[in-house]
Ligand binder design. Structure first.
Ligand SMILES: [Zn+2]
Length: 314
């Protein structure tokens, strides 16, 4: 457990420094008089709200795999691990903390923020890393100094808010001039896939988690079948990850959250430019293979991403 130093925290409302109070059980803003509890060593600025399914899934499933997570981190951020040494890094929507761990092990000072109780899992996963800290917070109202991070990344998170763009813009404000910002969002698929997916998710997002998990285990079983796991999942999404537990978790991750928006590269690149970023780079998908690339380029891969990294203009 690496308790948060309040010196790093700012009031999400006034932007003023916070102090510890009540024998270290809460952080307090003397400007607006608000206090927030510290639970299991980490300050909690929000409760999970509509994102509670993520707290459930990340605490329940063991999905971190060191080699895979390092490769995915580099593919989805465009940043190499050796570049992170000594950098101040924000993992916006850290979930169970697998990418905070990657960045922490590479020698960065990492702050992981997540709206849900997944930070409890993240803090366990990174318990051996004193340079990695967490907060439970709304990404639109982060308790940090704006423009204070050398590198900010957000992998597969922002599209779960009521409005993706609001999260993108709020997190973008955390990047230092000259710093980098990498964002991965769900890609918009063909219209018929979007329609079918919306109809399915209208049902699944209302299911009790236990019931939905039973469907997801069926999806995970399909995801283990050769041929079918590369064809049928262009119609109904389920994960084809080689590991069973990741397949169940990824499939649940798709069907449980209340909001899930899909975006285009043009849209995401436009947000970067309007927020004052240049040197934009559209990152290619991690997987290769001719069939994979063809389906990806035709927006047929459900659950694939649009992925851009940019530099904040000085
Ligand atoms: Zn305040």
């Amino acid at each position: 457990m690496n308790p948060q130093s309040p010196a790093e925290l700012r009031c999400p409302r006034s932007g003023d420094p916070l102090a510890l109070r009540n024998e270290g059980t809460e952080v307090f803003c003397s400007t607006c008089g608000t206090s927030w509890p510290i639970v299991n060593g980490y300050p909690r600025f929000v409760s999970s709200d509509h994102l509670a399914s993520f707290g459930l899934q990340w605490n329940k499933y063991e999905v971190a795999h060191d080699d895979e997570d390092r490769a995915t981190f580099q593919a989805k951020t465009g940043v190499l691990l050796h570049e992170l040494l000594g950098q101040r890094v924000l993992d916006a929507g850290c979930g169970g903390g697998r990418y905070s761990k990657v960045a922490g092990e590479a020698g960065a000072l990492v702050f992981g923020a997540d709206h849900t109780t997944a930070v409890d899992k993240a803090s366990q996963l990174c318990g051996h890393l004193p340079n990695v800290r967490f907060v439970q917070a709304d990404l639109k109202h982060l308790p940090f100094e704006p423009q204070s991070f050398d590198f900010v990344f957000s992998i597969g998170v922002m599209h779960h808010d009521v409005r993706t763009r609001n999260v993108f813009d709020a997190v973008a404000r955390m990047v230092k001039p000259g710093g980098r910002y990498a964002v991965w969002l769900y890609r918009r698929n063909q219209w018929w896939q979007e329609r079918l997916n919306d109809a399915l998710r209208r049902r699944t997002t209302r299911m009790k988690p236990e019931r939905l998990e039973r469907y997801c285990r069926f999806g995970a079983w399909l995801g283990g079948l050769p041929v079918l796991n590369k064809t049928l999942n262009k119609i109904v999404n389920f994960s084809a990850h080689p590991n069973w537990e990741n397949r169940v978790c990824d499939t649940f991750d798709w069907f449980a959250p209340e909001y899930q928006y899909h975006h285009t590269v043009e849209e995401l690149s436009g947000w970067f430019r309007e927020a004052g970023f240049d040197n934009l780079q559209v990152l290619p998908p991690e997987k290769s293979g001719r069939f994979y690339r063809w389906t990806y380029e035709h927006n047929l891969l459900i659950g694939s991403g649009v992925n851009v990294v940019g530099r904040k203009c000085p």
